[in-house]
Design a protein around this ligand. Structure first.
Ligand code: FES
Length: 105
């Protein structure tokens, strides 16, 4: 499935990026920006951000269920994502994550 038509990123590309990113010693929060940077792509129109967030969450759970990423690291990542959302005080996770990417870029 194509997630980002501007940068031609599929859900499989995101899965592979998450596998590499989350198995790094200092794994970053896998925001769409972090994943896109890892893939050496850029967000252009940002229309894919909500879908990218949903795919990242789904892939995190799937990779954890398949034993491909450490469940503790996955849990830690999800908690950090949740904290980031709460810190921003918004319910729209995609907006929060895109904003967080802007701040860390
Ligand atoms: S659809 Fe992903 S940046 Fe435009």
């Amino acid at each position: 499935m194509i997630v980002c038509s501007c940068s031609r990123i599929s859900d499989f590309d995101i899965e592979l990026a998450l596998l590499d990113l989350l198995n790094q010693p200092e794994a970053p929060i896998p925001t769409p920006g972090a994943v896109y940077r890892y893939l050496e792509k850029r967000m252009n129109c940002c229309g894919c951000a909500p879908v990218a967030v949903e795919v990242i969450y789904a892939k995190l759970e799937d990779l954890e269920r398949r034993g491909l990423i450490c469940p503790y690291r996955s849990l830690s990542t999800r908690e950090r994502l949740k904290k980031l959302s709460l810190m921003k005080g918004r319910g729209d996770a995609s907006r929060v994550l895109v904003t967080a990417d802007d701040e860390t870029a």
